[in-house]
Design a protein around this ligand. Sequence first.
Ligand SMILES: [Zn+2]
Ligand SMILES: [Zn+2]
Length: 151
Amino acid sequence: MASPPPRIVDSENVSGLINTVMSRHQLRSTEIRKERRAFVVHGRGEFCCNFCPNTWESFYSWIQIDLMDQRIVYRWKMKCKDCYVNPRHIGVEPTFDIEETEKLIEKAIYLYKGERFPRGSAYRGSRIPHPSILCEKCLWGQTQCWLAINR
Ligand SMILES: [Zn+2]
Ligand SMILES: [Zn+2]
């Protein structure tokens, strides 16, 4: 069964979304302390190989969100399981649908406030980790990124 096309958040629209979610928490970017502005969070990301038609998703897809600049600073890459042996394949960045992006922003806000993310809403989908050799956040096989999650 074909699933509906994912509603991907364009990078140029992320700022607006971050601003909206922060407003919900009565947070303004100008109030964010410079030394506590960027947070690494994970969620269900989608990947699309740039070498073959393969697409996949990982529940452990990582980004860094800057609440002061209201943008995604970094997206950790993953390599395609069929193409990773090709040295020219350096991996691709994850994209997230709107709901998941909102959740990631929420997580960053909770980290900023030093509060726990409300139980039950934080995790959905598969928790099966990916092969660490395919993941930049796993340092391409040197560690396991899902072990770094503080719950
Ligand atoms: Zn591929
Ligand atoms: Zn990983």
